[in-house]
Design a protein around this ligand. Structure first.
Ligand SMILES: Nc1nc2c(ncn2[C@@H]2O[C@H](COP(=O)(O)OP(=O)(O)OP(=O)(O)O)[C@@H](O)[C@H]2O)c(=O)[nH]1
Length: 557
């Protein structure tokens, strides 16, 4: 709690300082402008304008950023020719400096109050990012925004400071500004040095208010993985980080081995485990349904002849289950009779492997099918805009989770999230920007929840989160943290305009006797209560009172 409050307080002070220091910065600009015939002062003028252009919009002075950027471009053109400003340029610069003064006197757009950047993601899975930015206020703001998405950010105020620090082995990416007081390309130059001196191999994302070919070339030469132009669109930055940081171990493939011969099943299990496949063994075919629900296999490897029922009959049963219509079923049998093999395949299996099988052959045959199944499943189950589970897949997972919880007497919660006044977002900023908001919420949920949590988009602006082994109290705390975090994410409408938006949420906790539709309906009712109570809040369905009771009201506007 303390660390988050410190950041909050620090940010508030920095914003105040920024506003307080603006007159002094403008005085420096005016001074440099008066001395503009001195080329050193003209260079200084460009740097001062550059600095204002990069930071103004972030701190509630968007128009100031625009004017500063124009001033920087104007001065830059003269400096590139190695000459002072001509009289026309001088007049134009004077008008821009007047505009800077006017904009600086306008009130700053107040910042939202940040909250504890808590996360459901285990500390070990949170990613460490280095941020190198000389503008302290901008750096703190970026740290806070990335914190909302579950990143841990270590900040450096200069490339020199970064070069002097040993690279943390857990470092996932570097965010590097380009222009520093030490030089207009000091950022990329430091990265080249770092890759030689410290063998830096992690991806580097550069960002700058510069958008010219010289800067872009320098970044390319430094091996930059991406180039973002200030002001930074946090959604775009997160998307780049996520696509670059792919070292999260992929979810292991799961193979269910059905064989009444225990030792043989174990042998095959060990063979598959040796390449990282996770396995579960069923020696009594009559217990297969529970194994399917608990283990959720990506492939079933099945003996043909077992006591109680044949593999072919079991394959037919598996195909009756909606969730397992697609899962590959591969027979592993001594059966060599082609006719009997064909009949067995017609009942729903995909392949036939002959016992005895070499470990290499088993691994190769199973891996190919597993890979193809995962790709196929992701195409069928994914929502194309957000990459989350789509409506049908979310409902399937909810049904599976409900069955599992009923069987194991386990606890879990379902949360339904709905963006507030989203129509206004679309109407004000356009559908594309609305899509960006949906993606940002999806990204936040993906990053801040555990891998075992299930997240889906079930409607235009409606999301479902399934939280296994989580009771109502924990779910309430978590969703309130997510709600707080999302309300602080700056959504970018265009280069100079950002806005924030919120969601409302209803939560229902599983109880014995409820089915998947009941839980979803209860969570929906709670969501309705949250909307009725004023939005930007989380409500918990109260089964005892037979109605949704509001659990906590927090409006952060
Ligand atoms: N950009 C975008 N908008 C969508 C998408 N799907 C649905 N919407 C919009 O979501 C909005 C939903 O509006 P409403 O149901 O009136 O809800 P709301 O404005 O969020 O109001 P409350 O939920 O009552 O706070 C509509 O404007 C839809 O066009 C989508 O995929 N992308």
């Amino acid at each position: 709690m303390k660390a988050a409050l410190d950041v909050t307080e620090q940010l508030r002070l920095l914003r105040e300082n920024y506003a307080q220091q603006l007159p002094a910065k403008l005085a420096q600009i005016e001074h440099a402008f008066r001395q503009r015939d001195n080329m050193l002062e003209l260079t200084n003028l460009r740097h001062l304008a550059h600095s204002l252009a990069g930071s103004g919009a972030t701190f509630g002075y968007p128009a100031l950023s625009v004017a500063a950027r124009q001033l920087e471009t104007l001065v830059d053109a003269a400096l590139c020719d190695g000459r002072p400003l001509n009289p026309t340029e001088g007049d134009c610069a004077a008008r821009l400096i007047e505009a800077l003064g006017r904009e600086a006197r306008k009130p700053m757009v107040p910042a939202p109050t940040p909250s504890l950047p808590a996360s459901n993601v285990p500390e070990a899975e949170r990613k460490l990012i280095y941020l190198v930015e000389d503008d302290a206020a901008l750096a703190t703001d970026l740290m806070l925004q990335l914190g909302h998405f579950g990143y841990i950010v270590k900040s450096f105020e200069s490339p020199k400071q970064l070069l002097e620090t040993p690279v943390d082995p857990l470092l996932a990416a570097v965010l590097m500004d380009i222009v520093f007081p030490q030089g207009d390309l000091a950022g990329p130059e430091a990265i080249i040095q770092l890759s030689i001196v410290r063998q830096l191999r992690t991806p580097v994302i550069f960002f700058s208010s510069r958008n010219d070919l010289t800067a872009r070339l320098a970044v390319a030469r430094a091996g930059g993985a991406a180039y973002l132009v200030k002001p930074i669109d946090v959604g775009a930055l997160i998307a780049r980080l996520d696509s670059l940081i792919t070292d999260l171990p992929p979810e292991p493939y799961r193979v269910l081995i059905v064989d009444d011969n225990g030792p043989l099943a174990s042998h095959n299990a060990v063979t598959l485990q040796s390449i990282g496949i996770s396995t579960d063994i069923v020696t009594d075919p009559m217990t297969i349904l529970a194994h399917l629900d608990d283990f959720k296999p990506d492939l079933v490897l099945m003996d043909m002849y077992m006591p109680g029922c044949t593999g072919a009959e079991l394959a037919a049963v598996i195909r009756q289950l909606h969730n397992y219509v697609l899962v590959p079923i591969v027979y592993l049998s001594t059966e060599t009779d082609t006719d009997r093999r064909l009949i067995a395949m017609q009942l729903g299996a995909d392949d036939f492997l002959t016992k005895p099988i070499t470990p290499e052959h088993l691994v190769s045959a199973v891996s190919t099918r597993l890979r193809r199944y995962r790709v196929l499943r992701s195409h069928i189950e994914q929502d194309s805009l957000t990459g989350l589970l789509n409506h049908a897949a979310t409902k399937d997972r909810l049904a599976t989770e409900t069955a599992r919880a009923a069987r194991q007497q386990a606890v879990f919660c379902v949360a339904v999230l709905d963006l507030d006044h989203f129509k206004n977002v679309n109407d004000t900023y356009g559908h594309l920007i609305g899509d960006g908001v949906l993606k940002n919420l999806a990204e936040l949920l993906k990053r801040r929840l555990r891998r075992t949590d299930i997240v889906g988009r079930i409607g235009g602006e409606e999301f479902v989160v399934i939280l296994p082994d989580t009771d109502a109290k924990q779910a309430l705390a978590l969703l309130n943290e997510l709600r707080d975090a999302f309300s602080l994410v700056r959504q970018r409408a265009n280069r100079n305009l950002t806005f924030t938006t919120t969601f409302s949420c209803g939560i229902a906790e599983f109880e014995l006797g409820l089915n998947a539709s009941d839980i979803l309906r209860l969570a929906d009712q709670a969501l309705y209560q949250a909307k009725q109570a004023g939005r930007n809040r989380v409500a918990l369905a109260n089964l005892d009172e037979g109605k949704a009771a509001e659990a906590r009201i927090l409006v952060s506007e």
